[in-house]
Design a protein around this ligand. Structure first.
Ligand code: PGA
Length: 245
């Protein structure tokens, strides 16, 4: 595990952007699984800047999303697809036909999940997965208890996750209670993982995930087994690492 602790937010974003850009400069047609949430926002701003200054080219990448709420239109203003369009896709030269949103609004669940796995396979597997971590240890929407063998699936969201995401919706009633997510096995097959965590509210869980036992109670703990992972933390989220320094 390569753990990098950034001194401040700008450094955090820059380190993450450099990790990412090294990969797509090396393999221009990289298949990328993008995270949503507050954590990668600065990274995406930096990637847009790098694109605008001619340093990065997204024209050959395949863009996937790690997860999504289930039961809403993909263009709903609260969807992760809309988030990625707003903060990244619309501002760089990723090709429309290379964007593969993961969503479930109806139909046979198993078929939709299998079709997403088939899309990943068709492009040769995921090269880079950019991950955040939920305060309950989830990665994508693999909530505590999810099997490490899971592939893309529909899932119920935990109370914590619903609380953390209700800001995207106008009221609790509108907030989806379920999600569709790449599975843990799907993510673990990515050739490179970049895990991002910032803020004091992630300190306890990131410490448990990286230094505790590997357990489905903390889905992110499986990442201890990933052969090619960079973990980027800020000082606040890394504060318990002084215990082992
Ligand atoms: P956050 O979400 O970046 O908004 O903290 C992370 C996650 O739930 O995976």
């Amino acid at each position: 595990m390569n753990i990098i602790i950034a001194n401040h937010q700008a450094a955090f974003d820059e380190i993450a952007a450099n990790e990412f850009s090294q990969e797509i400069q090396r393999k221009k047609d990289s298949v990328v699984a993008f995270a949503t949430g507050n954590t990668p926002l600065g990274l995406y701003r930096k990637l847009v800047e790098m694109y605008k200054s001619g340093v990065l080219d997204f024209s050959s990448i395949q863009a996937l999303n790690l997860d999504e709420f289930s039961g809403i239109d993909k263009n709903h203003k609260g969807s992760f697809y809309s988030f990625l369009k707003k903060h990244l896709y619309n501002q760089v030269n990723v090709k429309e036909e290379n964007i593969h949103p993961l969503y479930y609004k109806g139909g046979v669940k198993e078929e939709i999940c299998k079709a997403y796995e088939a899309t990943i396979k068709k492009y040769g597997g995921i090269d880079i997965a950019i991950l955040g971590i939920g305060s309950n240890g989830h990665i994508a929407y693999n909530e505590p208890g999810t099997s490490f063998d899971s592939r893309t699936h529909i899932t119920a969201l935990t109370r914590d996750t619903i609380e953390a995401n209700k800001k995207f919706f106008t009221g609790f009633d509108e907030m989806p209670q379920g999600g569709i997510t790449m599975g843990i096995k799907t993510i673990m097959k990515a050739r490179k993982v970049i895990l991002l965590a910032n803020g004091e509210n992630k300190a306890e869980i990131i410490y448990r995930a990286l230094c505790g036992g590997i357990t489905t109670d903390v889905p992110a703990s499986v990442l201890q087994l990933h052969p090619n992972i960079s973990i980027i933390l800020d000082k606040e989220s890394a504060k318990h690492f002084q215990r082992i320094a």
